[in-house]
Every structure is written in structure tokens, then in C-alpha cells.
Design a protein around this ligand. Structure first.
Ligand code: SAM
Length: 231
């Protein structure tokens, strides 16, 4: 399917895969068509840019599988006037896709080098409604809250309370969580009132770990869970 000589054909095949796998939201499909995934991967990965698979990026991280990016974006039930927070900027690709659908995107990355590369890449490509912060995304970005939707592109042991608190009432948090480091359930948490949420299970996924105050603790390469917050 991958073709350096016919990138247009490769992209059409890639869009057909997304549709076949059940992505229906026209705005999501249009955004995936508009954003050049090849510009978010290294030169050695360019030929695989329109394969439906994750690819390695710097710092031992990954650019997510396109189907998963589309699935999570669709699950956020976005409207054009929405403000969205993404945790885990990685290459900046998913932020670019989101920026084609909503008014404003904020994205946080814990690795300084990835945050810098994503910021420069997004600016060079003209995605001027995206702001990139380097920091611990499990704590959100309180200065710009509340958000209509939040997406977390790394898997944590549980749902970070700080993120739920930064949603508008009616806002959606799409997040992979679970007790295993590399295997999670994808959840959509809807904040239905000040203190209540509803949770839907969208199926099994495999993400790199969400490391931070309300994620996994990286203790010399060993992942441990933080003790539960006391009310
Ligand atoms: N959305 C990215 C893209 O489009 O390229 C892919 C993200 S990659 C699967 C997950 C990212 O989450 C990694 O870059 C990792 O460094 C980052 N990450 C993990 N824990 C984090 C945290 N607490 N705050 C911010 N970023 C975090």
C-alpha cells in the first residue's frame, strides 16, 4: 500500500482504511486527509507515513496509529468552536489533525526535545491555532481551562482528577487507562455535572505510558503507581 512514487494513492488507500474501520465523522476524515503525516515522521519513516501503524519518533516514543488518532478524535465529539487539550504532543501530528476541526488546541509534552520539535514543526507548517507546552500533562493546563474536550495519547493507571476538573460541564475526556503498563481500555469520560462523570468503554488499546504526578511514576526505569489522592 505504501508508495513513495504515488503519495496521493497511498493517502487515498489510507482514508479508505479509516472509513472501512468505521470512522464516520466527515470532519475527522477531512482533517486526516488535509494533514501531511509524512511531515511529522523522520526521513527514514516517510515511506511508511500512510501505513495504518504507529511509527517510532525521538525519545523512544511513537506517532500513534492513524486509525487510533481518528477513533480518539471522533470519540471527542468535537464542534468547530471547541477548545481542546491534548496530553502527549509527541510528533505534533494529532494536534495538527485536531487543529483542522476546532478553534484552538493546547498540547503538552513531557520531553523537552519532542515539545520543541513539535512546536517548530507545527509553526513551519502554519498550524497557528496550536500551542505547545513542555510539562506534566497529567496536571492539565489550568491557565487555559476549562476545555470542551481533552485527549490523552499515553496510557495511565487511572483517570487524572486534575483533567476531569478542567472539563466544562458536558465536556469529554478520551483516555487510555488500566493497571498494565502497555495495555489499556480506551475510555470516554463525560463530565455530566460539577461532581459527576459518566464513563464509556471504547475498547482495548496499547499506548506508551503516561508518566507524571497523576500517571505512572518513573522510578529509575521502574513504573509504579502513585498512592491514591485522599479527599
Ligand atoms: N499524539 C502524538 C502524535 O501525534 O505524535 C503521539 C503521542 S505518543 C503515543 C505519547 C506521548 O505522550 C509521548 O511523546 C510521551 O512522551 C508523552 N507523555 C507521556 N506522559 C506524559 C505527560 N505526563 N505529560 C505530557 N506528555 C506525556
Amino acid at each position: 500500500m505504501t508508495s513513495e512514487r504515488h503519495p496521493g494513492k497511498a493517502k487515498q488507500a489510507f482514508l479508505a482504511i479509516l472509513a472501512r474501520r468505521g470512522i464516520k465523522d466527515k470532519r475527522v476524515l477531512e482533517a486526516m486527509e488535509a494533514v501531511p503525516r509524512e511531515a511529522f515522521v523522520g526521513a527514514r519513516q516517510t515511506r511508511y507515513a500512510y501505513d495504518d501503524s504507529p511509527l517510532p519518533i525521538e525519545e523512544g516514543q511513537t506517532i500513534s496509529q492513524p486509525y487510533i488518532v481518528a477513533l480518539m478524535t471522533e470519540a471527542m465529539q468535537l464542534e468547530p468552536d471547541n477548545t481542546v487539550l491534548e496530553i502527549g504532543s509527541g510528533s505534533g501530528y494529532a494536534a495538527a489533525v485536531l487543529s483542522r476541526i476546532v478553534k484552538q488546541v493546547y498540547t503538552i509534552e513531557r520531553h523537552p526535545m519532542l515539545a520543541k520539535l513539535a512546536r517548530e514543526r507545527l509553526a513551519d507548517l502554519g498550524y497557528d491555532n496550536v500551542r505547545v507546552l513542555c510539562g506534566d500533562g497529567t496536571l492539565g493546563w489550568p491557565e487555559h481551562a476549562p476545555f470542551d474536550a481533552i485527549v490523552v495519547t499515553a496510557g495511565g493507571p487511572r483517570v487524572p482528577e486534575s483533567l476531569v476538573r478542567q472539563l466544562v460541564i458536558g465536556g469529554r475526556l478520551v483516555i487510555p487507562t488500566g493497571p498494565a503498563i502497555h495495555q489499556q481500555k480506551l475510555l470516554r469520560i463525560t463530565r455530566v455535572s460539577e461532581d459527576e462523570t459518566e464513563s464509556e468503554d471504547l475498547g482495548g488499546v496499547r499506548f506508551v505510558p503516561l508518566i507524571g504526578e497523576e500517571g505512572w511514576r518513573d522510578t529509575e526505569g521502574r513504573m509504579t503507581t502513585p498512592s491514591p489522592k485522599k479527599g
